[in-house]
Design a protein around this ligand. Structure first.
Ligand code: GDP
Ligand code: MG
Length: 161
C-alpha cells in the first residue's frame, strides 16, 4: 500500500510552477505559457525505498488564487508546500510573504493541525543575466522567514544546469 501525500505549489503567476510540475510528472517542459486557472491536479507514484511507495497528489495552484476564497481549501491537508518564485523577478520573492500569510492563516501556530513542510524554490536559475535575486538575497529572505515560523525549511536556489 502506498501512503498518500498532498503536495501543493503556490507562488505568483508565471514563476514556473506548472513547468516544474510538468517536468516532474511527465519529464517534459512547458514552452508555451498557459495560465493556470484555479487549480490543476496531477498524481504520481514514487518509490521511496525498497517496496515503500508514496502516491503524490500534486496541486498546482494558479497565481490568481491568492485572492480566492478557495485557497484555504487548496492548502488544507497538505504535507508539503512549495513556495515558488522567479529569481529574475524580485517582486515574486517579496510576494512570497502573501502566500506565507495565507498558509499561516490555515495553520495557526497554536492549532493542533499538523502543518506542512514548506520549501522555498527560486526558479528560472538559468536566466543568469536577468537575475534580480542573488544567493545572498535568497538566504537572507528565507532565513528570516524560517526564524518566524519553524515550518519554513531553509533552502538554497538551485544552480543553473
Ligand atoms: N527560462 C526559464 N523559463 C521558465 C522556467 N520555468 C518556466 N519558465 C517559463 O515561464 C513561463 C511561465 O511558466 P509556468 O510554468 O506557466 O508558470 P506558473 O504560472 O507559475 O505555472 C513559461 O513561458 C515557461 O516556459 C525556467 O526554469 N527557466
Ligand atoms: Mg501555472
Amino acid at each position: 500500500m502506498a501512503r498518500q501525500v498532498k503536495v501543493v505549489l503556490v507562488g505568483d503567476g508565471s514563476v514556473g510552477k506548472s513547468s516544474l510540475v510538468a517536468r516532474f510528472v511527465r519529464e517534459g517542459f512547458v514552452q508555451r505559457y498557459a495560465q493556470t486557472v484555479g487549480v490543476d491536479f496531477y498524481e504520481k507514484r514514487i518509490q521511496v525505498r525498497g517496496e515503500v511507495f508514496a502516491d503524490l497528489q500534486i496541486w498546482d495552484i494558479g497565481g490568481q488564487s491568492i485572492r480566492s476564497k478557495m485557497l484555504p481549501r487548496y492548502l488544507s491537508g497538505a504535507q508539503v508546500v512549495f513556495v515558488v518564485y522567479d529569481l529574475s523577478n524580485r517582486d515574486s520573492l517579496l510576494d512570497a510573504d502573501d502566500w506565507l500569510a495565507q498558509l499561516n492563516a490555515v495553520y495557526p501556530a497554536k492549532k493542533k493541525k499538523e502543518p506542512p513542510d514548506v520549501y522555498a524554490v527560486g526558479n528560472k536559475a538559468d536566466l543568469i543575466h536577468c537575475r534580480q535575486v542573488s544567493d545572498k538575497d535568497h538566504d537572507l529572505f528565507w532565513r528570516s522567514r524560517a526564524a518566524k515560523t519553524s515550518r519554513v525549511l531553509f533552502t538554497r536556489p538551485p544552480r543553473a544546469l
